[in-house]
Ligand binder design. Structure first.
Ligand code: NAD
Length: 490
């Protein structure tokens, strides 16, 4: 039985520094449960002192504990133990995640926890698999390129997948020998504390992974600017990413990995296959986690002949979604994170209709859920390219529908002026698939599927306004190391 009582869960709420939970008498930020809007805890708004304590401890401990200098294999062993402990702790860790985030408990236990543990395992394997290079030079010289950790990595994560986002940041950075100070979203701050505690239990030296709580404008910004932060790894919105890139440049020219927003197209050609199957793929792509996924495929670009059958199926799938508290085992459909997000979704749909859109399904909030914002999966037709629902990342379960006749017209509609995160292409024609894949401005193209697999080797990251650099894959590990060129004459 996975259901649990949300009022009966105890957990720590402050910062986690040097292996200790630091209670705060500066608790200023109220945290709400997305499912029913109830305020259930407070977190501190860490300022310069809290951030400095976390960062200085991380820098001191990564050196004194030998974390940065020990054999990579030793690091890998600790990370593997950490992954095992995450899985063993699935029930409690999963409850913390389901309590405070938009992820229903069954989803968390079946997907989020194993996915988080596997990401850590993947980077444990990377720890001793990548070397530097010997460079050809004169006979009496030795040229080398030696990778080394940056030092302390500042990691900042969003609220939509708190645990897996934390694992994507901490896994590669720690495996490469860095220390990490992580600031989780102030909307979903608690599961990450347990995640860090388990790392220490697994043998990670205390102080090498610290968590600071607080808002982005105060705590996140202080973290990016701290002089001992040598690299910044951020996932969140494009607007915040731009601010972070600017701060990282101004305060120490720090390299950044930025995983940002998206407005990804799902391009369906007449020869895609059975509309029933295609509709399921499309629906999962924009409904999962209430549409609150950076990779959500929220723009359906559909060739004319297959459109009626596909839309008929999509309407049915939208109507099957039922809201349910995230702490109940049978719940499958996610709430929006909070009323601010709810109001944003509502406002953009209204504006889209003012601009000419028509609601084909959904278009409003589910009625029976107190303060929780469960939004009905929504289909919008009659949207032109300039319609706000086509242009803006709504971050809710809203799919716009645009039609095309010729392949090139479809590809042109799929391109977005701002974002280039992902794209789905659905066709049985190899030629159409390859032409689309080559033309699309997207960091990831999925053909005849939509969404990530469990292959951690496949990196994720966007083009243009969707970001810089990659999470996952070897690329994320290598981005956590700087390269030192060495020339020795003998
Ligand atoms: P957000 O940008 O508002 O906040 C993300 C994090 O940044 C939070 O921890 C926040 O406190 C912090 N922050 C805010 N302002 C800051 C500042 N000036 N300096 C430092 N830190 C700051 O994003 P969100 O609303 O939490 O998350 C949703 C967004 O994240 C969406 O745009 C979504 O597409 C994006 N996202 C992208 C990916 C990806 O892999 N590309 C994955 C998940 C989410």
């Amino acid at each position: 039985m996975l259901s649990f009582d949300p009022d009966n869960l105890s957990f720590c709420t402050g910062n986690y520094i040097d292996g200790k939970h630091i209670p705060s008498n500066n608790n200023q930020i109220q945290v709400h449960r997305p499912s029913d809007g109830k305020a259930y805890a407070l977190i501190p708004e860490s300022g310069i002192e809290g951030v400095t304590q976390a960062v200085e401890t991380a820098e001191a401990k990564r050196i004194s504990s030998g974390w940065s200098s020990c054999s990579p294999r030793q690091r890998g062993a600790i990370l593997r133990r950490w992954a095992d402990l995450i899985e063993e702790d699935a029930v409690y860790l999963g409850q913390l995640e389901a309590l405070g985030s938009t992820r229903p408990i069954t989803d968390v236990i079946n997907h989020e926890i194993p996915f988080t543990a596997e990401a850590i395992r993947f980077y444990a394997e990377c720890a001793d698999k990548y070397s530097g290079d010997l460079l050809p030079t004169r006979k009496n010289s030795l040229g080398m390129l030696i990778p080394e950790p940056y030092g302390v990595v500042g990691a900042i994560t969003p609220w939509n997948f708190p645990l897996s986002m934390a694992s994507w940041k901490c896994g590669p950075a720690l495996a490469a020998g860095n220390a990490v100070v992580l600031k989780p979203s102030e909307l979903t701050p608690f599961s990450t504390l347990r995640f860090a505690e388990l790392a220490v239990k697994a043998g990670l030296p205390t102080g090498v992974l610290n968590i600071v709580q607080g808002s982005g404008l105060r705590t996140g910004s202080e973290l990016v600017k701290h002089p001992l932060i040598r690299k910044v790894s951020f996932t969140g919105s494009t607007v915040t990413g731009a601010q972070i890139m600017s701060d990282a440049g101004f305060y120490g020219m720090k390299p950044v990995t930025l995983e940002l927003g998206g407005k990804s197209p799902q391009l369906v050609f007449n020869d895609a296959g059975n509309p029933v199957d295609i509709a399921q793929r499309i629906a999962r792509g924009f409904i999962a986690n209430g549409g609150q996924a950076c990779v959500a495929g929220t723009r359906l670009i559909v060739q004319r002949a297959i459109a009626p059958a596909l839309l008929e199926q999509l309407i049915l799938l939208c109507q099957q979604c039922r809201p349910g508290y995230t702490w109940l085992e049978n719940s499958r459909y996610s709430p929006l994170i909070d009323s601010r997000q709810g109001n944003k979704v509502q406002r953009l749909i209204q504006q889209s209709c003012v601009e000419g859109a028509e609601v084909l399904a959904g278009g409003k909030r589910f009625e029976h859920t107190e303060e929780g914002w469960f939004w009905q999966p929504t289909l919008l037709i009659n949207v032109g390219e300039d319609n706000c629902a086509v242009q803006e990342e709504i971050f809710g379960p809203v799919l716009t529908v645009q039609y095309f006749d010729e392949i090139d017209e479809g590809i042109a509609l799929a391109q977005h002026d701002t974002y280039g995160l992902c794209a789905g292409v659905h066709t049985q024609s190899l030629t159409t698939a390859m032409r689309s894949m080559q033309s699309l401005n997207a960091g990831t193209v999925w053909v005849n599927r939509y969404g990530r697999s469990g292959d951690f080797i496949i990196p994720t990251g966007g083009f243009m306004g969707s970001g810089i650099g990659k999470d996952l894959g070897r690329q994320a590990f290598q981005a956590c190391q700087r390269q030192k060129s060495v020339l020795i004459d003998f």
